[in-house]
Design a protein around this ligand. Structure first.
Ligand SMILES: [Mg+2]
Length: 265
């Protein structure tokens, strides 16, 4: 059993994990969020969402100022500043230009190709949220419209541009090669250690294939029941530190924290 104290750090995916896959609510998690706040345990968002989406969300959840990992690891924020990746990738517009050249070979559309209203329509986000989701720094969200067999060719074509493909809960994401939630978390942990000299025990929660590198990296992993057709398979050997939830979304999030952190009264 993990101790509920301030040397702990929670690292969490958002859509389908802390937030409901359909309506983005976090009701079932709010009691735990309150308890973690009382214990000064940071809750670090680690998601495909953009910084522009995460900052207002942090505010609504009472987590302002906490470090976060945005765009699947392509963007890390610490004390309101971006931690530079060791090898900064192309910026967003350059990445979109690279993608444009591939649109003659593969059928797909990116958030860059849509309006805020269109993104709102197919994500269920409000117009303001859709606009924030389009304020991207380092990665692109794409809707794949081609045969799924062509994905491997697409992946190889991306590699020639030093780009990589990862699967989120709803969409595919294109990001600079060598990024990911796991590497980003490592960088954030190193940064925290340099600043505070303390190594925190990490508990991670996620529901999708793009969470795998993060769930392999944390000390304790909660695999939340998800909607993705691709199962979340971890190769780590310490299966006693991995818990698979029966519930999806924020209910599963609560279940995972109950499993590792519930204190015997
Ligand atoms: Mg997810």
């Amino acid at each position: 059993m993990l101790r509920l104290n301030s040397s702990l750090m929670i690292v969490t995916d958002l859509d389908g994990s802390l937030l409901d896959h359909h309506d983005y609510n976090w009701d079932a998690a709010s009691e735990w969020l309150q308890r973690l706040k009382q214990q000064a345990i940071p809750v670090v968002f680690c998601s495909s969402k953009t910084a522009a989406e995460m900052i207002p969300l942090q505010k609504r959840l009472g987590l302002s100022g906490t470090p976060f990992i945005a765009e699947n690891g392509a963007f890390i924020a610490f004390n309101g500043e971006q931690i530079a990746a060791e090898e900064p990738g192309e910026n967003y517009l350059a990445l979109c230009r690279s993608l444009k050249t591939l649109q003659s070979t593969f059928r797909f559309s990116g958030f860059h190709d849509f309006s805020d209203a269109e993104v709102a329509r197919f994500t269920g986000l409000t117009l303001a949220e859709a606009s924030q989701s389009r304020l991207r720094d380092a990665s692109e969200v794409i809707l794949w419209r081609d045969d799924s067999e062509k994905l491997e060719d697409f992946r190889m074509a991306l590699a020639e541009h030093n780009l990589a493909l990862t699967q989120g809960g709803r969409f595919w994401h294109v990001m600079p090669a060598g990024c990911g939630k796991g590497i980003a978390l490592q960088q954030l942990q190193q940064h925290l250690e340099q600043r505070s000299g303390e190594k925190r025990t990490t508990l991670g929660l996620g529901d999708g294939p793009n969470d795998v590198p993060m769930l392999e990296q944390v000390d304790y992993a909660v695999v939340i029941k998800g909607f993705s057709k691709t199962p979340v398979i971890l190769t780590r050997r310490d299966q006693q530190n991995v818990y698979h939830t029966a519930h999806a979304g924020p209910l599963g999030w609560r279940e995972g924290l109950d499993y590792f952190l519930a204190q015997p009264e």
